[in-house]
Each structure stands twice: as structure tokens, then as C-alpha cells.
Design a protein around this ligand. Structure first.
Ligand SMILES: [Zn+2]
Ligand SMILES: [Zn+2]
Length: 309
């Protein structure tokens, strides 16, 4: 009886051991197989995902180049009637080249179309919408990609666009030297004291002013530094980058403004020196500091905005 039950126990546990070993073996085998299959599958997807990511990451660079090409045209005295359309064309041309390159390199079929180029809620960015379709074997990617592109670091196209070409403007070390061109413009528009703006200067490259809120410009040395660095400021009255390309001093978008700095001993009233006033709104103001040749000429509402009351 004792031996019998012992034998049963041994046989029983042996069977359990074999069964569990079998289960473990089957589990390990199937999961190994499963992992292997997963890898093959995700390898294929990863490769396609890499191509899509690579392409979309490149979009921002191409968008910036498309804006830059429009900017260059304005500085080469070309008149842009529709900056959005011009930038669209510039981008589509670059995308077509990119699509061809990807077809050769990765064997993918890409079609793309720039749907829109618009000014967004921030004046420092331009929003692009691009319809993109990428195909390779059984993988497909179809999407409208929306990406912002910064315009900081680009040149302000408004002066050459509005004063028609490079006529009479000179550029040196990141500054615009208006020489006689701006006083001629003011004189031609029948506005007061054009001679105050003889040899006026302004920043060339767009840089966002870091002194936020702007009332800090009234703090010691801030205005000096802002003028020295040549910063641009957000302004609902100033025009956006896309409209600047078209030579518009004002537009319905949220835009920017920059100070045009006069260098004159004259102290009479003349245009307030924010560029949207000089180029569009045309209201007069006086120097902040009458004894300073380089003083800004600013009206009360701009003095308030910049803390210079
Ligand atoms: Zn500033
Ligand atoms: Zn605009």
C-alpha cells in the first residue's frame, strides 16, 4: 500500500512536470516566433515611418526657403502683388524636387500641394498648410500638414517694397540707410517736415524685442539697447510679414512695427517714427528729447505703449 501510493505520487508528479515543461516549451517557442514576426512587420512600418518623418521634418526648412526667395525678389526690385501665391509657387517647386529625390532614393510615390500660406496669430510666424500623400508598397500616408515657420532673421521687405525697389536706400551692417529716399516719399505725399527724415535709419533684420511687456522701454538703458540691437515689436496697427512683402504699411492681420530713427537737429513736428505711421497712418509727433539729435519722434499713444511718458 505504501509503495503503491509512493509510486503513484512519483508517476503523477512526473506527468505534471512533463506537461508543464511542454507548456513552457510551447509558450517559449510561440512567443519567439511571435516576436520574430512582429519584428519583420514593424521593420517594414518603421522604414515607412522614417521616410514620412524625414520628409515632414524637412518641410519647415523648405517653407523658410520659399519665404526667403520672395524676400530676395523684393530686394531685387521685383514687385510682389500676391506674396501668398508667390510663396506657394516657390514651395511647390521645392516640393516637386524633393518628391523626385525621394522617389529615386526610397522608391516612394509622393504627391504634394501647398494649400495655403497665411499670417497667424503671431506676427513672427507664417502658417503653411500642405497636402501630402506618400505611398510605398502597402503603406499609405495621407494628411494635410500644418506647420509654422519663423520669419525672425529675415530682412524687413517693407522699405524696398514701398519705396519701389532699392532706389536711394542703402544697406550696411544690418541697418537700412534711407539717405534721401524717405524724405522724398514724405514730400511726395505732401506730409509735414520731410527734411526731418533725411538720412534716417532703421533695422534691417527682423528680431523680436525681448523687453516684454513693452512698458519696460521706460526703464534705464532699455530703449538705448532696443535701438542698438534693432528690435521689432508686435503691433495690431503694423503690417504682417506677408503684407510687408507686398509693400503694405498696414493690414488686417496682427503685425509688427519698428522705429525709424531720425538723426536731425530739427525739433519741429513731423511724422511719428513708428513705421506704420510713416508709411500709412501719417500722424505727427515731437521728439522725446529735443536736445538729442538721435531722439525718437513719438506720439502719446506710442509713448504710453513703450512706457516713455
Ligand atoms: Zn524694444
Ligand atoms: Zn497682413
Amino acid at each position: 500500500m505504501k509503495l503503491d501510493s509512493k509510486g503513484n505520487i512519483i508517476a503523477g508528479s512526473l506527468a505534471i512536470l512533463i506537461i508543464s515543461l511542454l507548456i513552457v516549451f510551447i509558450f517559449v517557442f510561440t512567443s519567439m516566433n511571435y516576436i520574430e514576426n512582429e519584428n519583420i512587420k514593424s521593420n517594414g512600418n518603421n522604414y515607412f515611418k522614417f521616410i514620412v518623418d524625414d520628409y515632414t521634418n524637412n518641410l519647415e526648412v523648405l517653407q523658410r526657403e520659399a519665404i526667403e526667395e520672395a524676400q530676395d525678389k523684393v530686394f531685387e526690385s521685383f514687385r510682389l502683388i500676391d506674396s501668398e501665391d508667390q510663396i506657394k509657387k516657390n514651395l511647390d517647386k521645392r516640393l516637386d524636387e524633393k518628391n523626385e529625390e525621394y522617389a529615386q532614393k526610397y522608391g516612394v510615390n509622393i504627391t504634394s500641394e501647398t494649400l495655403s500660406v497665411e499670417s497667424g496669430p503671431s506676427p513672427w510666424k507664417v502658417l503653411f498648410k500642405v497636402r501630402l500623400s506618400i505611398e510605398k508598397d502597402n503603406n499609405r500616408f495621407n494628411k494635410v500638414i500644418e506647420k509654422n515657420t519663423s520669419i525672425e532673421g529675415l530682412k524687413d521687405p517693407l522699405p524696398p517694397a514701398i519705396l519701389t525697389g532699392g532706389s536711394g536706400i542703402s544697406y550696411y551692417k544690418d541697418k537700412i540707410y534711407y539717405l534721401h529716399s524717405l524724405s522724398r516719399y514724405i514730400w511726395m505725399h505732401g506730409l509735414e517736415s520731410p527734411e526731418s527724415y533725411l538720412f534716417a535709419t532703421a533695422p534691417l533684420t527682423i528680431k523680436k524685442c525681448p523687453y516684454d511687456p513693452y512698458t519696460h522701454h521706460g526703464d534705464p538703458d532699455v530703449l538705448e539697447d532696443c535701438l542698438d540691437k534693432g528690435y521689432f515689436h508686435e503691433s495690431a496697427d503694423g503690417s504682417c510679414y506677408l503684407c510687408r512683402l507686398e509693400g503694405k504699411g498696414k493690414c488686417e492681420h496682427y503685425g509688427m512695427e519698428v522705429f525709424i530713427q531720425t538723426h536731425t537737429p530739427l525739433t519741429n513736428e513731423t511724422l511719428s517714427c513708428s513705421d506704420h505711421v510713416v508709411y500709412h497712418d501719417h500722424y505727427n509727433a515731437k521728439k522725446i528729447n529735443e536736445t538729442d539729435f538721435d531722439s525718437l519722434i513719438l506720439d502719446d499713444s506710442h509713448r504710453m505703449k513703450y512706457g516713455l511718458m
